[in-house]
Design a protein around this ligand. Structure first.
Ligand code: SF4
Length: 85
């Protein structure tokens, strides 16, 4: 699936109220995460959110804090790999 529109067509949350993914408190994400866990486009959704710098909501099964943590890990890994070459 190449474009944003293509993966969104396969989103498990396509017909779900968007508020589910933007709860008032970050700890109220169980329902959203359960849906992401069975979503066939979880990875492209997550990569889209990271590339777009989405600061709010659950995307690809991760909260904003979890995405920040993943980004930091990826950067750290990239730095380590660059230092080895
Ligand atoms: S991973 Fe979650 S937020 Fe992303 S499209 Fe699937 S259900 Fe929706």
């Amino acid at each position: 699936m190449a474009s944003t529109e293509e993966w969104q067509d396969h989103a498990a949350c396509r017909d779900v109220p968007v508020q589910l993914f933007f709860p008032p408190a970050e700890h109220e994400v169980d329902e959203a995460k359960a849906m992401c866990a069975i979503c066939e486009v979880r990875q492209p959704c997550l990569e889209y959110a990271i590339a777009a710098g989405e600061r709010f909501g659950v995307w690809g099964g991760l909260t904003p804090q979890e995405r920040r943590s993943l980004i930091a890990k990826r950067r750290s890994r990239a730095r380590a790999e660059a230092a080895r070459t």
